[in-house]
Write a protein that binds this ligand. Structure first.
Ligand code: AHG
Ligand code: MN
Ligand code: MN
Length: 339
């Protein structure tokens, strides 16, 4: 079976003058992922569950595993020396390094080190999400906010790790999506899901329906459509919601479906963060033949203004996202972003 590293090397061989730096960067991410995976797998046995006692910039209580995962990815990227700055969900400010190697690094990374952390205690799948961009500033100095504030259409690569019934790394460099399963007996990610494609239509919808009364009319109308009885179009659809974006998206990627986290009146940008949740997942969705929008605009075309900026999120099977957008445009014009 092909290992992840063999696959990355093959992909890089097609790029003229590739220096191998990107290969090393991805390799660093897999090292941290394996360490995090090890801790997650024994989470019930040690002292790694529960709260750290601090809040992150979004006012969320940090779990010990949030902090642990964050440290592992930062350390791996720092020692690897290919990355000159990191934006992380768990750090208010951009993370930069003082070592020369990192300051010469060509890349910057935005990451959600542990996604779905409310699911740790209950043994439900969680993940890590990452976006990789090329820096815009001159090498030789620490990376800057501007290096990170790039729209998704500038991504070099993006992916996620899902710590589930098995652990997988799913990523894309803009040439399709490939999935690798961690064989823990040898400690290697092996190609298990080549060239992943999301079905164009699907019948799963994923949304936190407890927020129903706050939803924009467009979302309410779309949900009504999903629940209508019409066997010809496979409706009523089925609903599945784990509460880990990575796990919900991963299932919908394989089965076909839509994940939604809309804005609401008092919170028009929703909950999910553009740079390290929506953009990387949108990139994977598009690379697999799906679609991602904020209800009105392509996620990958949004110019980020801040590291921790949020946007509403509709992602998944192309036809399902288009249908949701149709309802948003028709019933919820007031949520459309100003031009
Ligand atoms: P995180 O654990 O990184 O803060 O992300 C949680 C996100 C996302 O993974 C999930 O889909 C969503 O929050 C769930 O939110 P609700 O509990 O509001 O449904
Ligand atoms: Mn998250
Ligand atoms: Mn997180």
């Amino acid at each position: 079976m092909k290992t992840l590293i063999e696959f990355i090397n093959e992909e890089q061989a097609h790029i003229p003058n590739a220096s191998g730096e990107f290969t090393r960067l991805l390799n660093d991410i897999t090292i941290a992922a394996k360490i995090v995976n090890r801790e997650i797998n024994k989470a019930g046995l040690g002292d790694i569950m529960g709260y750290e006692g601090k809040q992150n910039i979004q006012g969320e209580d940090q779990k010990k595993l949030d902090v642990f995962a964050n440290e592992q990815f930062i350390e791996a990227l720092k020692h690897g020396g290919q990355c000159c700055a990191i934006a992380s969900e768990e750090n208010d400010e951009l993370i930069t390094f003082s070592n020369k190697l990192s300051n010469n690094g060509k890349y910057v990374v935005a990451m959600d080190p542990l996604d779905g952390s409310s699911n740790i205690e209950v043994n439900v799948s969680i993940g890590t999400i990452f976006s990789i961009f090329k820096r815009k500033s001159e090498p030789g100095k620490p990376g800057t906010n501007e290096d990170l504030l790039q729209p998704g259409n500038q991504l070099v690569a993006a992916g996620y790790v899902i710590y589930g019934s098995s652990t997988m790394l799913v990523y894309s460099t803009g040439h399709g999506v490939n999935g690798f399963t961690l064989d823990t007996s040898v400690g290697l990610f092996l190609m298990s899901h080549p060239n992943m494609k999301i079905p164009e239509g699907g019948n799963i919808y994923s949304i936190n329906e407890a927020n129903y009364i706050y939803f924009p009319e467009g979302v309410k109308e779309y949900l009504r459509y999903c629940r209508e009885d019409d066997p010809k179009t496979n409706r009523p659809y089925i609903t599945r919601y784990i509460g880990s974006l990575v796990a919900d998206f991963h299932r919908n990627l394989i089965r076909g479906g839509i994940y939604m986290y809309p804005g609401i009146r008092k919170n028009p940008n929703g909950k999910l963060r553009l740079l390290y949740e929506n953009v990387p997942v949108a990139f994977l969705a598009e690379q697999a033949g799906g679609k991602a929008s904020d209800g009105f605009r392509r996620i990958l075309d949004i110019q980020p203004e801040e590291l921790h900026q949020r946007t509403p999120f509709f992602v998944g099977s192309k036809h399902m996202v288009e249908k949701a957008e149709y309802f948003m445009k028709y019933y919820s014009k007031e949520f459309a972003p100003e031009k």
